[in-house]
Design a protein around this ligand. Structure first.
Ligand code: PHE
Length: 279
C-alpha cells in the first residue's frame, strides 16, 4: 500500500495522507504527537466559528450532541471521544490517512467503526479544503453518531454498501450517502435545518443550504436521489429534505437490489436539474 497516485471518489488529485502508515483495513493510529500548536489552533478556531453559526440552522439533535464530542480548544484524541460514543451507541472512531476505497469503508461502517482522517488542514485552507480532514470528519459526522437512529442508519448504509458493491451499484448508493449523510436537510418542528456533515462543517454552505433562495429543496425520495448526480466542488444546487431520522431509516429499509435493477435503465438527473414540486 502507499503507492501514489491513489484516486478515490470523484477527486482526480492524489490524496494527501500518508497511506504507508495504514494497516490492511486502512486504519492507522491517530498520530497525536505529530499535531503542532498551529494544528490545535486551527481546530479550535474552526470549531468556535462553526459552533457560533449553528443556532437556527443546524438540526437540534446535532446541537444537543455536540458537547458529547469533548474538547473544542484542541484536537481531541479519538480514545477520549470513544469512551462516550461507545457507551452512547456502540460506535467507535478509527483513524485513517484520508479517503479510503469503497470496500474497506463500507466494512468499517458495517462494524460500527467510523473512519476519521487524522490530519488537519493548513491555515491557508481555513475556508475551504478539497478533501475531508479531521475537522470535517469529527465536527461534521461524529455528533449525530450519538443519535441512536442515525447511528443505526450509518451502519445499515455500510452493510448496504457491501451489497451494492457485489451488484455494481455503488454509484447509485453513494448518491444516497451524499444527499443524506453529507448534505441532508431535515424539517424539525416545521423549520428547515441541516444535518449533513458537509454542510455542518462548512461556514458558507450552512446558511446557504437552509436560507438561500437559489438551490432547490425537495422531499427525499429514494429513486430520485439515487438518480441524481452531484458536484463535489460547489455548493449543492439540490438538497433532499427528510422529516425525521426515523423516516430516513424506514425509507431505506427495503431491499435495494430490485431498485438498482430498475434504475439501471433510467436516465440520471443533473445536479441542478429542477423538480416541479419543491419541498
Ligand atoms: N436497504 C438497503 C439495501 O438493501 C441498505 C441500506 C440501508 C442502504 C440504509 C442505505 C441506507 O441495500
Amino acid at each position: 500500500m502507499g503507492q501514489a497516485p491513489v484516486v478515490y471518489g470523484q477527486s482526480t488529485r492524489p490524496p494527501r495522507g500518508d497511506y504507508s502508515r495504514a494497516n490492511a483495513d486502512y486504519t492507522c493510529p491517530q498520530d497525536y504527537a505529530s499535531y503542532t500548536d498551529a494544528d490545535h489552533d486551527t481546530y479550535r478556531r474552526l470549531y468556535e466559528r462553526q459552533r457560533a453559526l449553528l443556532p437556527g440552522l443546524a438540526s437540534q439533535a446535532f446541537i444537543d450532541a455536540l458537547p458529547s464530542m469533548g474538547a473544542s480548544d484542541r484536537i481531541p484524541r479519538f480514545e477520549e471521544v470513544n469512551e462516550r460514543l461507545y457507551k452512547a451507541t456502540g460506535w467507535e472512531l478509527v483513524g485513517v490517512p484520508g479517503l479510503i476505497p469503497e470496500v474497506p469503508f463500507f466494512t468499517l461502517l458495517a462494524n460500527r467503526k467510523f473512519p476519521v482522517t487524522d490530519w488537519i488542514r493548513k491555515p491557508e485552507e481555513f475556508e475551504y479544503i478539497v478533501e475531508p480532514d479531521i475537522f470535517h470528519d469529527l465536527f461534521g459526522h461524529v455528533p449525530l453518531l450519538f443519535n441512536p437512529v442515525f447511528a443505526d442508519y450509518v451502519q445499515r448504509y455500510g452493510q448496504g454498501g457491501l451489497k451494492a458493491q457485489g451488484l455494481g451499484s455503488c454509484e447509485m448508493l453513494s448518491r444516497l450517502y451524499w444527499y443524506t449523510i453529507e448534505f441532508g436537510l431535515i424539517r424539525e418542528a416545521g423549520q428547515l435545518r441541516a444535518y449533513g456533515a458537509g454542510i455542518l462543517s462548512s461556514s458558507g454552505e450552512l446558511a446557504y443550504s437552509v436560507q438561500s433562495p437559489e438551490p432547490q429543496r425537495i422531499p427525499l425520495q429514494l429513486e430520485r436521489t439515487m438518480r441524481t448526480r452531484y458536484k463535489i466542488d460547489t455548493y449543492q444546487q439540490t438538497y433532499f429534505v427528510i422529516d425525521s431520522f426515523e423516516q430516513l431509516f424506514e425509507m431505506t429499509a427495503a431491499d435495494f437490489a430490485p431498485i438498482y435493477e430498475r434504475l439501471r435503465g433510467l436516465p440520471e438527473f443533473a445536479a441542478d436539474e429542477r423538480e416541479a414540486v419543491a419541498a
